[in-house]
Design a binder for this molecule. Structure first.
Ligand SMILES: Nc1nc2c(ncn2[C@@H]2O[C@H](COP(=O)(O)OP(=O)(O)OP(=O)(O)O)[C@@H](O)[C@H]2O)c(=O)[nH]1
Ligand SMILES: [Mg+2]
Length: 346
């Protein structure tokens, strides 16, 4: 997952580090050591079992400082910018990352003796965390909202909505929640059979009508079933549709008015890169979106959509789909993703 992005960030990490190291090498000989306050120095030297000569030298080295300037890292930052753009990271997100890294590094008094790599990794991590937002913890949401929690899944054709409904159903069942699935794709031939097979395999009740029926009616019935059977969560599947088809978008609007979802989740594929971001923004504008699921992250090397989507449309990423089995779904936790992309500082 996101192997290409990981490689690029590792290269940027090394490049920024060596730029700062290079600046340190040219500045260090001329840099005057900061004077340690005489009383502190005296205390250190006179304390019982006080420092050795080597300790005193180390104190002086640590007190010497390098201030990172724009020119020290500007080339490395331009390279990072090009790298991110070529990895399908959206321009405003790229700008935000570069601005954040720049602010973290430039003008900072880096103590000689502090690891350059730690400084660089810290700056890159902060920048990524800022654009990734906080994610969206679905279980926390369910815990704090009244039942049934109604979740509507939307998106364009073939992105993985139905599979995601089944995966989230299995995930919530494992967490101890009761779930009903609404078979709201009455449009595509074979869709009812497909969701039927999933529901049976994961052992979740499915409400469905005939092919061609009004999806609002199916989803209304699903909510009624959940209310009368005290089910915790309704997962409403819908047919894939392009935001450019106004009749289908109107149908989605009707579904929303009839079933009154607590959450509308937009599903798209990580592999779609910038297209996913454009479509998500369009769905959010026309029908609304509270959170995003990006599927097929297992097939995506660039990581561009995953890095960009929350910052670009201002909605949190909730899950990443990472394969075709039911357990191939991971709650999106920004800190873990950043750790995976950058590794630990040395
Ligand atoms: N590799 C991989 N494949 C996935 C993932 N999620 C879904 N798929 C596959 O994507 C294909 C389409 O999935 P569906 O769930 O039918 O997509 P959909 O959005 O419901 O499609 P429509 O209802 O036709 O709009 C299937 O072959 C899934 O197995 C994922 O996270 N990784
Ligand atoms: Mg489907």
């Amino acid at each position: 997952m996101f192997g290409g992005l990981k490689e690029k960030l590792q290269a940027a990490r090394i490049r920024l580090g060596s730029s700062i190291q290079g600046a340190a090498a040219t500045q260090a000989p001329g840099t005057e050591p900061k004077k340690t306050a005489p009383d502190t120095a005296a205390k250190k030297i006179n304390s019982p079992g006080g420092p050795t000569f080597a300790d005193k030298i180390k104190v002086l080295m640590i007190e010497r400082e390098l201030i990172v300037s724009e020119k020290d890292i500007s080339e490395a930052l331009s390279e990072l910018e090009m790298t991110l753009l070529s990895g399908d990271v959206a321009l405003p997100v790229c700008d935000a990352i570069i601005a954040n890294v720049r602010t973290s590094l430039i003008g900072k008094h880096r103590k000689i003796g502090q690891s350059v790599d730690a400084l660089v990794v810290g700056a890159l991590k902060n920048a990524l965390l800022e654009v990734l937002g906080n994610g969206f913890n679905l279980v926390e949401y369910i815990k704090t909202h009244s039942r049934p929690v109604k979740i509507l899944f939307t998106g364009v054709n073939g992105t993985g909505k139905t599979t995601t409904v089944a995966k989230i159903g299995a995930y919530l069942k494992k967490q101890g929640y009761t779930v009903v699935i609404g078979g709201g794709d009455t449009y595509r031939a074979g869709a009812q059979e497909q969701i039927g097979v999933h529901a049976e395999r994961i052992g979740i009740k499915l409400i469905q009508h005939q092919e061609g029926a009004d999806p609002s009616a199916v989803l209304f019935d699903s909510v009624q079933y959940a209310v009368s059977h005290k089910i915790d969560v309704v997962l409403a599947d819908t047919a894939g549709r392009f935001h450019t088809k106004s009749n289908l978008m109107n149908q989605l609007d009707k579904i929303r008015r009839v079933m009154k979802p607590d959450l509308v989740i937009y599903v798209d594929e990580a592999v779609a890169g910038n297209d996913a971001i454009i479509r998500a923004a369009e769905f959010d504008r026309t029908i609304g979106a509270d959170a995003i699921v990006l599927t097929k992250a297992d097939m995506d090397s660039s990581g561009g959509a995953a890095i960009s989507i929350a910052h670009t449309i201002g909605k949190p990423l909730m899950f990443l789909g990472t394969g075709q089995s039911y357990e191939d779904i991971i709650p999106f936790e920004p800190a873990l993703v950043v750790e995976e992309l950058l590794g630990s500082e040395t």
